[in-house]
Design a protein around this ligand. Structure first.
Ligand code: SF4
Ligand code: MG
Length: 327
């Protein structure tokens, strides 16, 4: 396989009046061509900020303060604003939870997709329209020629998300970042949308980063899983091992709080305790106040991310004997 994206020691901080918050605190991972990687964790773990950082869409007072984002070998953090704009929506696309906030209410869906196509491809209006209708058909919008002229608010949530996928894929991106793309939808529609994304990514060879709190989505969609807690990666492994042999107590907690992996609902609510608030970040292992296995060392010293023999990465003193790869 070939590496498409390599993130090295990414640091995104928020500079607030009450102090600096390291929302992304030294995150490193890679995505292979055609691979689907899931980033999971509770709200506030840094997964959305990580994905926004990739496109340099973090808003004030947030700022990327360190690291590298190598996309096809080039560091995006060295790109000018203008060059970055050419990457967004073209080589890297993003879809969000609520398409209404990303679709403009005063333009028809067709004109928005056509516009996106024309922004990045050298085609005339009628060619762009043809391509837009083709994409609407691809994502399963019925009577695509008619719905080309529909306004976003007249479509159902599921249809709007299909439109977003059509728009995101219309420029044939190499990487699609999907942040909770189906959370707002009901279970049946959710399953349809995930299936559609999977099918299209296979057809186009698109890599996907799927941000989700939902392990059902993970089981359904991804090849590899990154588990984040308090701005750091605490475990990384292939999807099979994550479900079969989770190593980090947080990952185990996430799985235990998932009664059935196909029950697509808010599932990570039942680990005891809460994600730490930034001004009261625990010493040592950031998970220790909630961890049933916490030892003395956990309260005093932060565990490093280590590589286990079977290819996983885990940040926990219970796995401290293996090779240290990242402090
Ligand atoms: Fe629990 Fe200690 Fe591992 Fe942290 S390092 S997850 S507190 S056992
Ligand atoms: Mg989020």
């Amino acid at each position: 396989t070939q590496t498409l994206l390599e993130v090295k020691d990414l640091q995104t901080h928020f500079f607030t009046e009450s102090g600096t918050v390291a929302s992304v605190n030294g995150v490193s991972f890679s995505v292979e061509k055609g691979e689907t990687v899931g980033i999971v964790g509770e709200s506030g773990c840094g997964k959305s900020v990580t994905s926004l950082s990739l496109l340099q869409l973090v808003s004030e007072p947030g700022k990327i303060v360190g690291g590298e984002i190598l996309f096809d070998g080039e560091n995006l953090l060295k790109y000018s604003k203008r060059k970055m704009q050419q990457i967004r929506g073209n080589k890297i696309s993003m879809i969000f939870q609520e398409p209404l906030t990303s679709l403009n209410p005063v333009f028809t869906v067709g004109s928005q997709i056509s516009e996106a196509i024309r922004l990045h491809q050298n085609v005339d209006k009628s060619e762009a329209k043809k391509k837009a209708i083709e994409m609407l058909k691809k994502v399963g919008i019925p009577r695509a020629e008619k719905h080309f002229y529909s306004f976003p608010h007249l479509l159902s949530g599921g249809m709007r998300q299909r439109v977003m996928i059509a728009m995101a894929l219309s420029c044939n991106p190499q990487l699609l970042i999907a942040d909770e793309p189906t959370t707002a939808l009901d279970v049946t529609i959710q399953a349809q949308i995930l299936k559609l994304m999977k099918k299209l990514s296979e057809e186009y060879g698109t890599s996907i980063i799927m941000i989700t709190h939902d392990l059902g989505v993970v089981a359904e969609m991804v090849d590899r899983v990154i588990v984040m807690y308090a701005g750091q990666i605490v475990e990384q492994d292939n999807v099979f091992n994550i479900f079969k042999n989770p190593k980090h107590p947080y990952t185990k907690g996430l799985l235990n709080s998932t009664p059935k992996i196909h029950q697509l609902k808010d599932q990570l609510e039942s680990i005891e305790g809460n994600v730490p608030i930034p001004s009261e970040m625990p010493t040592g292992c950031k998970f220790h106040p909630r961890c049933p296995f916490a030892m003395d060392i956990c309260r005093n010293q932060e565990p490093p991310l280590v590589q286990t023999g079977d290819g996983a990465e885990v940040r926990c003193w219970l796995h401290g004997d293996e090779e240290v790869i990242n402090l």
